[in-house]
Design a binder for this molecule. Structure first.
Ligand code: NAP
Length: 275
C-alpha cells in the first residue's frame, strides 16, 4: 500500500483551516531569507502558498548577500519581542553568518523548525517540545495509516541533524526500538532486513535495494537527490513496492508532510501562546 503524503497533507490542512477559522486564530509566520539561494526561494514560495491557503499570514524579511550577522540578529530579536507566532530562518545563509548562532536566538516557543537548543534538549529528555517538521510529518504519516510504532524495530539510515538523529529520539520516546545506521555501519543490509519500519534519510540515490527489505515491512523514503532535474529517493521503489506492505512514493510521500507540519506547528504554537 502506498503511503500517500499528498492526500494526508490535504486532509490535515483542511482540518487546520477549519480550526483556524472556528477558533479565530490570528497566526503570523515570519520567514528570514539571507542571500540569493534559488532553492530557498522555491521552498519559501511553497511555505507561503500553504500558509496562505489556511489563513496564516506570512511576513518575509529578505536580506541581500552583503547583510551582516548583526542585521539578522536585530530582526530576530525584534520578532522575538513581537506578537508574531513563529519564525523561520531559511537555511543556507551566506558565509560570514553563523546559522546555528542566529537560529538559536529564536525563542523556543517561536521556533517553527524545532531546532533550537531548548527544543532539541526537550526532545532528548522525552519532554513535550516542538518537533522538527520532517520528523513530525513521518510520525503523522505512520499514525494516519495505523502503523504501530511502540515495540516496533525501527531502522533509520542516516544520522543527520535535520532528520535521522532527531527522528531516532522521537521514535525512541514513542517506545520503538531504534537502530541508527550511517555511512560507517557494517553489514547494513543485515540490519535493515530486521526492520519493521525502515526509514532512509541519506540523499544517496537508490541506496535501499530489495535485498535489504523485510517482507511485509514499512519503508519510508526521506532522501532527495536531483540528477539532471529529476528527483530520486534513497529507495528503489519499483523493486521494493511488492515486498513492503507500506511504502512512501518519492516525491509525494514525506515532502508534502513536512510542509503540512510547518502549519501544524504554527497552530500548536499559537494555541499554546493563548493558553
Ligand atoms: P545529512 O546531514 O547530509 O546526513 C546524511 C546521512 O546519510 C549521514 O548520517 C551519512 O552518514 C548518511 N549516509 C551517507 N551515505 C551513506 C551510505 N552509503 N550508507 C549509509 N548512510 C549513509 O542529510 P540530512 O539533512 O539529514 O538529509 C538527508 C536526506 O533527506 C537528504 O537527501 C535531504 O535532501 C532529505 N530531506 C528531505 C526532506 C523532505 O521533506 N522530504 C526534509 C529534509 C531532508 P555519516 O553520518 O556517517 O556521514
Amino acid at each position: 500500500m502506498i503511503l500517500d503524503g499528498k492526500k494526508v497533507r490535504d486532509e490535515i490542512l483542511s482540518d487546520l483551516r477549519l480550526k483556524i477559522a472556528t477558533k479565530n486564530l490570528n497566526i503570523t509566520l515570519a520567514i528570514l531569507l539571507v542571500g540569493d539561494d534559488e532553492a530557498s526561494k522555491i521552498y519559501i514560495k511553497n511555505k507561503e502558498k500553504y500558509c496562505k491557503s489556511v489563513g496564516i499570514n506570512v511576513l518575509k524579511y529578505v536580506f541581500n548577500e552583503t547583510a551582516t550577522e548583526e542585521d539578522v540578529i536585530e530582526v530576530i530579536n525584534d520578532l522575538n519581542d513581537s506578537d508574531i507566532t513563529g519564525i523561520i530562518l531559511q537555511s543556507p545563509v551566506p558565509e560570514g553568518i553563523d546559522f546555528d548562532k542566529c537560529s538559536n536566538l529564536i525563542k523556543p516557543e517561536k521556533d517553527v523548525d524545532g531546532f533550537t537548543k531548548d527544543n532539541i534538549y526537550n526532545l532528548y529528555l522525552g519532554k513535550k517540545t516542538i518537533l522538527p517538521c520532517t520528523v513530525k510529518g513521518i510520525i503523522k504519516l505512520l499514525e494516519y495509516y495505523k502503523i504501530p510504532i511502540s515495540g516496533s524495530n525501527v531502522v533509520i539510515v542516516g544520522r543527520g541533524n535535520i532528520v535521522g538523529h532527531p527522528l531516532s529520539l522521537a521514535l525512541e520516546n514513542m517506545d520503538a526500538t531504534v537502530t541508527l545506521a550511517h555511512s560507517k555501519t557494517k553489514n547494513l543490509a543485515q540490519i535493515t532486513k530486521n526492520a519493521d519500519i525502515l526509514i532512509s534519510a541519506t540523499g544517496v540515490k537508490h541506496l535501499i535495494t530489495k535485498d535489504m527489505v523485510k517482507y511485509g515491512s514499512t519503508v519510508i523514503d526521506v532522501g532527495v537527490t536531483r540528477v539532471d532535474g529529476k528527483i530520486y529517493g534513497d529507495v528503489d521503489f519499483e523493486n521494493i513496492k511488492d515486498i513492503a506492505q507500506f511504502i512512501t512514493p518519492n516525491p509525494g510521500g514525506v515532502g508534502p508532510m513536512t510542509v503540512a507540519m510547518i502549519i501544524d506547528n504554527l497552530v500548536e504554537m499559537e494555541e499554546r501562546k493563548n493558553g
